[in-house]
Design a protein around this ligand. Structure first.
Ligand code: IPT
Length: 265
């Protein structure tokens, strides 16, 4: 009895921690897990094919996909149960994902309550539906306070890209606060700010997204929007196993929440 996981690059913290949680839960339920990792030269379908070639019984897909790609993969898997973890919400496929709205709203409300009006964003890659959903949720939360993003920077999820985005911005006025689409980019952003002597949180507040295991160990410890990656792994395995047993699985939305640490003031 074997489950397959098609995943984004495991050099990234969040997918690695999700895979770890999935592996643990699968083992606890008596399933073997086979992992296939996306590679920049392959289409998502190729990654899924690697799993199908190994005769997995059901599949978890943690690849950033739009609705069309997800529908294609669903077809490709024939009638095997498939559950998507990083897909455009409008896709008509089984999904197990965190919704961005609650956490984004708590993050913006927190910054506004601290008196900040100039709030910038450092977004993830435009090609990712999750990055687009986070940006939309921030915009909506800012609009509720009659605000627009003070500046829009972007990166590719890596710490290096967060560093570069801030380096490029630093000659110009910084916002009072920055919403960052993941904790890894926040790590790089913090290094760039530190190198330029900009004090966090006295001169700029930062809020990340994910709450990876390392985020409490940043200096200062990172305030962030938490997606409980452990829970995501466990819930997605349980749901996939229910699909495998033929149960009609209800859509379950997982809620994000703001975790206050020391990067906002
Ligand atoms: C998403 C992470 O939040 C982000 O930090 C990045 O690692 C991305 O994955 C990589 O694809 S989590 C995903 C389940 C939406």
């Amino acid at each position: 009895r074997t489950l397959g996981l098609a995943t984004s690059d495991l050099a990234l913290m969040a997918p690695a921690q999700i895979a770890s949680a999935i592996q643990q839960r699968a083992a606890a339920q008596g399933y073997h897990l086979v992992i296939a990792m996306a590679n920049p030269d392959n289409a998502p379908q190729d990654t899924v094919n690697e799993l199908l070639a190994q005769r997995v019984d059901a599949l978890l897909i943690n690849l950033p996909l739009d609705a069309t790609q997800a529908a294609q993969i669903q077809q490709q898997c024939d009638n095997k149960p498939v559950l998507f973890l990083d897909v455009e919400r409008s896709a008509e496929v089984a999904q197990c994902q965190y919704q961005s709205e609650s956490g984004a709203q708590q993050a913006v409300d927190h910054l506004v309550a601290l008196g900040h009006r100039q709030i910038g964003v450092l977004n993830g890659p435009e090609s990712s539906a999750s990055a687009r959903a986070r940006f939309a949720a921030w915009q909506q939360a800012l609009a509720a306070h009659q605000l627009k993003p003070f500046c829009v920077l972007s990166g590719d999820w890596s710490a290096a890209s967060g560093y570069q985005a801030l380096q490029a911005r630093l000659p110009n006025t910084l916002p009072q606060a920055l919403l960052v689409a993941n904790d890894q980019m926040a790590l790089g952003a913090m290094r760039a700010l530190h190198q330029h002597g900009v004090k966090i949180p006295a001169e700029i507040s930062l809020i990340g997204y994910d709450d990876t295991a390392e985020s409490a160990w940043y200096q200062p410890p990172l305030t962030t929007v938490r997606q409980d990656l452990q829970q995501l792994g466990a819930v997605s395995v349980d749901r996939l196993l229910a699909q495998l047993e033929g149960d009609d699985v209800a859509e379950k939305t997982l809620e994000t929440e703001l975790v206050l640490r020391e990067t906002t003031a």
